[in-house]
Design a protein around this ligand. Structure first.
Ligand SMILES: NC(=O)c1ccc[n+]([C@@H]2O[C@H](COP(=O)([O-])OP(=O)(O)OC[C@H]3O[C@@H](n4cnc5c(N)ncnc54)[C@H](OP(=O)(O)O)[C@@H]3O)[C@@H](O)[C@H]2O)c1
Length: 218
């Protein structure tokens, strides 16, 4: 890894949280992982599934440089917002009514991450990692410059947070592509060509531009 190692906190020890945590450990970052339960409850799981990461209580994530939020979207209101206050938070979550149930706030046409940012209040929300399957994250990773390298879109209203997260995405083995503000995250939500596909950086840029002209009305 060429980037500076970061302290990465992961909230949610399910499919996505553990896959991101494993890839982050592999990239040389210091990784802590928590759920809503005490650290002891996920210590064994962490040792076995994410060797190199440390299970912590959720309050201990506050010392992380970046916190990856990987809980089911329908549970977002149960997240302890005090842990995420003023933190750079990667929102990996997606809305899918058959799984999450019908939720009015996610049917209104805004990006789901705007709803999450409103809920979290002071957090510096960055949307990315939602549009890659958890099973792909580790196997689709390539070094910078490799022609097979896949791109991941990154959206945020906070330029500094977006830059930090983009460096993190690069360290995981993906080309970060700036998607613009959080509202533009609609371009890579469930049902879009970006969400359903595997794209290099040039094609990702094209798809994001098409979206900003058509879908996002920007
Ligand atoms: N499927 C994919 O490939 C994919 C890819 C990218 C993004 N996503 C999105 O990522 C999100 C997470 O999906 P997943 O499949 O990883 O879910 P999952 O396997 O069900 O895991 C969810 C994790 O979140 C924890 N959790 C639940 N409520 C919490 C809370 N209030 N505070 C802290 N931790 C909490 C759970 O802990 P307990 O078990 O203790 O409740 C569990 O460890 C979803 O929105 C999904 O759409 C999915």
């Amino acid at each position: 890894m060429t980037q500076t190692p970061l302290n990465i906190g992961v909230l949610g020890a399910g499919r996505v949280g553990t896959a991101v945590a494993r890839q982050a450990v592999r990239a040389g970052h210091t990784v802590t992982i928590a759920t809503g339960k005490p650290a002891a409850d996920i210590r064994l799981l962490t040792e076995v599934i994410v060797p190199g990461a440390t299970a912590v209580d959720r309050e201990d994530l506050r010392s992380a440089d970046v916190i990856v939020l990987a809980v089911p979207l329908h549970k977002y209101q149960s997240v302890d917002t005090s842990v995420l206050r003023d933190k750079v938070v990667i929102d990996t979550m997606n809305y899918w009514a058959p799984v999450d149930g019908f939720m009015d706030e996610f049917e209104a046409g805004t990006s789901t991450s705007e709803v999450i940012a409103d809920f979290l209040g002071a957090a510096r929300v960055v949307k990315t990692l939602n549009h890659i399957g958890y099973g792909d994250l580790e196997v689709d990773s390539y070094p910078a410059g490799d022609p097979h390298r896949r791109a991941l879109a990154v959206a945020s209203d906070d330029a500094e947070a977006k830059s930090l997260v983009s460096a993190f995405i690069d360290s995981l083995g993906y080309d970060p592509v700036d998607a613009g503000p959080l509202a533009a995250g609609k371009a890579f939500e469930n049902g879009t060509e970006i969400f359903n596909g595997r794209h290099g950086a040039a094609r990702m840029q094209e798809l994001l531009s098409e979206c900003s002209r058509v879908l996002c009305n920007a």
